[in-house]
Design a protein around this ligand. Sequence first.
Ligand code: NAP
Length: 253
Amino acid sequence: MSLDTSIQLERPVALVTGASRGIGRAIAFSLAISGYRVIVNYRSNAEQADSLCSEIAAAGGEAVALQGDVAKAADVEAMNAWLTRENIYVDVLVNNAGVLRDNVFVMMSDAQWDEVIDTNLKGVFLMSRAIVRGMIEKRRGKIINVVSISGLVGTPAQANYAASKGGVIAMTRSLAKELARYGITVNCVAPGFVETDMLGEMNERQLTEMLKLVPMKRAAKPEEVANLVQFIASGACSYMTGQTLVIDGGLSV
Ligand code: NAP
């Protein structure tokens, strides 16, 4: 794993967690096309992460895959050590990695609770803490957390997922206030339904019923969420912090 550090001064760096598939993949591609050198984090799907890096290169962008489980402190430390060795400063951190382990509350296992909280909430803490040190040093940076409307409105059989996303929304407000003085903004995007593998994990009958409730009568494309993230990452979005922007086709209105 190596990067041509000679061009580091020219292109800002974005690190996207969980970028091998779905929304993270679309975000990584969109940021790469808009001029970021992108670090494509993934947990297990090396083939898809590498194929995204090739796609980005073919489109004239720059990307490198970086394996690491955001829920594991040792993995986050190893990723951070690699960034330090390569002298890479991350300008934009997109905490996108997330898992879904839905179950009705009384049947929810400890493992289902822990896996979701460890990845979706603790993972955001571990990654942000690792990366924010460099941002403080440089007096600039953006953290963008991909949450869900489940963290804002009640969604049955998602107590673990809702707690994790609601936790990130609260953490975002706290961090935004703490880090504003260093020129760092922290915001969330909260999608409703998005066409990814994660949607396939939901109960099909429940999903069909839920989609009927979406005023726009469809799920979002991952690219539609990526467009919003790209805006927040851009210089055009310079005075917003601590916010959660909902992108759900009107579902939660
Ligand atoms: P997805 O298609 O299931 O992809 C999940 C991605 O996260 C994969 O790249 C996966 O890596 C990675 N990942 C999972 N656990 C990880 C870990 N511990 N460390 C590092 N990477 C990890 O999911 P998605 O639908 O794109 O969801 C992306 C984000 O959007 C999540 O935070 C999710 O909660 C949120 N969201 C999704 C929807 C939706 O309807 N899809 C709606 C609202 C919010 P591997 O490929 O290596 O496994």
